[in-house]
Design a protein around this ligand. Structure first.
Ligand code: DGY
Length: 323
């Protein structure tokens, strides 16, 4: 195929773009800061052979059909693929590419940044100064939580969960995890979910969003957490029932939450979570380091190119399409 039709849904880092350009110079890219609307996307994908998308696009059966039966590959510049109907793609024989591994450290770093910030009240302190409230050093000012000897509970012990455990070792924390499919690593001990919730001072979420993990963190889950515990979410917003979270934060049943991800994204400005001092929220920055994003764009480009050449994707979410 000399000139396949390719659509890239946003300006991705040049490392990936250059790779696509070298091999297939005639791709179309959405140049705006905001993603295409659904209508625009359905229009743009018509007749494409390859699609490189982000987690902001809903890639479902309707979109695949709008693209047409010539569609050979969908490559997402993300490790998570909850925005893609993988079963629909498999049914149509379309391989889905993702970008695992290269964002593990950046995301684990962000989990720790959030954990520290919530525990030591970094954002509250910053706001305190800017509000002109800093009058003196006070022995009781903005006291937070300690790490040494504290228990960190990791829910989901895949690559990122393990990388979080590795970091926790350096802070002399005890680490336990809940993941029936994972083996222990970095001194972390496998426990059941109730034990994890009853024992953890910090709970960090690292599960993908699936029908099974949707609202895993509900009122029941939160009620089992230790009073004074901190919840960190760098996984997906949909894993947490935000109404239940609001209630426990408002009534100070747990100490704080620190969220990199919300449902929906962006979080509407009238979300009650934004009223709470003990809820720290950042705009889905887990993989937002230059290196991680460069490598994600490279992997996404490699998946796209392989798919267009009729080769097996280096990182394929649905390898069953090759059977
Ligand atoms: C992913 O790749 O799924 C991450 O959420 C991006 O930060």
């Amino acid at each position: 195929m000399t000139h396949p039709k390719i659509f890239i849904t946003r300006l991705i880092p040049s490392r990936g773009l250059i790779l696509v350009e070298e091999r297939f110079p005639t791709f179309e890219i959405w140049p705006h800061e905001m993603p295409p609307t659904r209508e625009q996307l359905l229009e743009k994908v018509r007749g494409v052979d390859g699609l490189l998308c982000l987690l902001t696009e809903k890639i479902d059966a309707e979109l695949m059909d709008a693209a047409g039966s010539q569609l050979k590959v969908i490559s997402s510049m993300s490790v998570g693929v909850d925005h893609v109907d993988v079963a629909a793609a498999t049914a149509r024989g379309i391989p889905i590419g993702n970008t695992p591994g290269v964002l593990t450290d950046a995301t684990a770093d962000m989990a720790f940044a959030l954990l520290f910030s919530a525990a030591r009240r970094v954002v509250e302190g910053e706001k305190y100064i800017r509000a002109g409230k800093w009058k003196t050093w006070h022995p009781q000012l903005l006291l937070g939580k300690d790490f040494v000897g504290a228990t960190l509970g990791i829910v989901g012990f895949g690559r990122i969960g393990e990388a979080v455990a590795k970091r926790a070792q350096g802070f002399d924390m005890r680490v336990i995890f809940y993941d029936p499919t994972a083996e222990p690593a970095y001194g972390a001990q496998s426990v059941d979910l109730d034990t994890l919730l009853h024992q953890s001072d910090f709970v960090s979420l690292h599960v993908p969003l699936t029908t099974k993990t949707k609202h895993l963190v509900n009122a029941d889950f939160l009620a089992k957490m230790k009073p004074n515990a901190i919840l960190v979410n760098t996984a997906r917003g949909g894993v947490v029932d935000q109404v239940a979270l609001y209630d426990v934060l408002k009534s100070k049943q747990i100490f704080a939450a620190a969220l990199d991800v919300t449902d929906p994204e962006p979080l509407p400005m009238d979300s009650p979570l934004l009223e709470l001092e003990n809820c720290l929220i950042v705009p889905h920055l887990g993989s937002a380091s230059q290196r991680a994003r460069d490598l994600m764009s490279q992997l996404a480009a490699e998946n796209l190119i392989a798919g267009l050449k009729g080769e097996r994707l280096p990182n394929c979410v649905n390898p069953e399409v090759y059977k």
